[in-house]
Write a protein that binds this ligand. Sequence first.
Ligand code: GLN
Length: 484
Amino acid sequence: MSSNEKTLFGHPMGLYVLFFTEMWERFSYYGMRAILFLYLTKSASEGALGLPEDTAGAVYGLYAASVYLLTLPGGWIADNILGQKKAIWLGGICIMIGHGVLALPATPSIFFLGLAFVAVGTGLLKANISSIVGELYPEGGAKRDAAFSIFYLGINLGSFLGMFIVGYLGEKVGWHYGFGAAAFAMFFGLINFKVNGKYLKNVGEKPNKKASYTYLYVVIALLAIAVLSVTTGMLDSIQLANSMKYIISGITVGYFIYIGFLDKSLTIIERRRVGVLFILFVAIAIFWSGFEQAATTFTIFADRHTDRDLFGWDLPASWFQNANSFFILVFSAPFAALWIWLNKRNLNPNVPVKFGLGLIQLGLGFLVMYFAAQRILDGTLAGMGWLTFTYLLHSLGELCISPVGLSSYTKLAPKKYYSQMMGLWFVGASLGNLIAGLFAGNFDEGNVDAMPGLFMQFCMYGAVAGLLMILFQKQIKNWMGGIE
Ligand code: GLN
């Protein structure tokens, strides 16, 4: 940041341009996502698609997994061809078109085409906008950390407003009005980016590398195979989602093995750090696979099994997902202060312990859902407190794991693999979302008795993974080789 640059609250104006662009983008993403599973599963008589839960879960999983997976080619395109600014602009346009298509009362195939546009657009926008935030602060340090915290508030402010407005319109007025509102939100984000983009100066203007196009061709070929396998009826969406789960896990493990064992240019310290990155990858994928059930199983629970009556008004089921952004907005600052306070007293938990705490809170949230699910077995509705309490635990878990994980990834990555490792962070979210979608396939209406057991399963995953992180904290910390 140069000394004569225009600032607001000590940060360059560019940060606020990115803040509002991301706010509107997340408004559209989370707003649409809040009603997506309901739209997929509700009956045609309610104006929706009426898919069975397992197909809907697979479609949700494939969509959300692609959103995060496509951040890899999205980052590559920005680095090598477009520069981040143009990639964000193009991504925003794709997202707006995608939501616009969803707003049309058309056939399911057109609807899936709309989802594909949103996924490609988000792939271009999401990771690139975060990397420009970093580039505004080339000196790094505490100022950059503060900028990311402000940016995270923009994310959650956007999702909070989006879920309220899109959720209300979608469920109470008409699904397609909801999707249309998401398209308008992205339109506002694009206007903001265009009008105020000058404050970004020349950051993200030009690509910074020139690589061979082979990578891009491979990605396009893989996408074409996936699309063809479904359109020709070779695979259905459930089989495709299941195959994708194994392909993503396999490639990730292979990639870690390559870096950790086969790249002889890395030192032993760097290799151990790669080992830690792998452990954190598994932990974050488990975390998101439970957490992201907000959009699937928890929304089913809110819709079918929760008494949503508030002073005579039936709350939209999609609004429960809002509890997460609300709790993040409320607790982000106290949490940041808590870590600083603990740090001063040398009591700040280390990275594996924070991950452990996050995973245990994930498990506890599912324990709450286990009890809630037992109450509804005889047909009674659960009170709103159950889901809200689960969201509280999951949001506190998110605050222990997500910001800490992201910054550990930036610090532990060997220099030459820096951007790939950042990409892998999003692959963790991709895998988590895919599992969260596939898991919802077990929640069909005729299978209510299985619900407590299914929630208990995730309670165990979270608790066991969390305890392992805490148990092996010394070993993991040693492998981090001095990085805090
Ligand atoms: N809620 C955050 C966001 O949208 C983190 C989501 C994730 O990484 N899965 O950026």
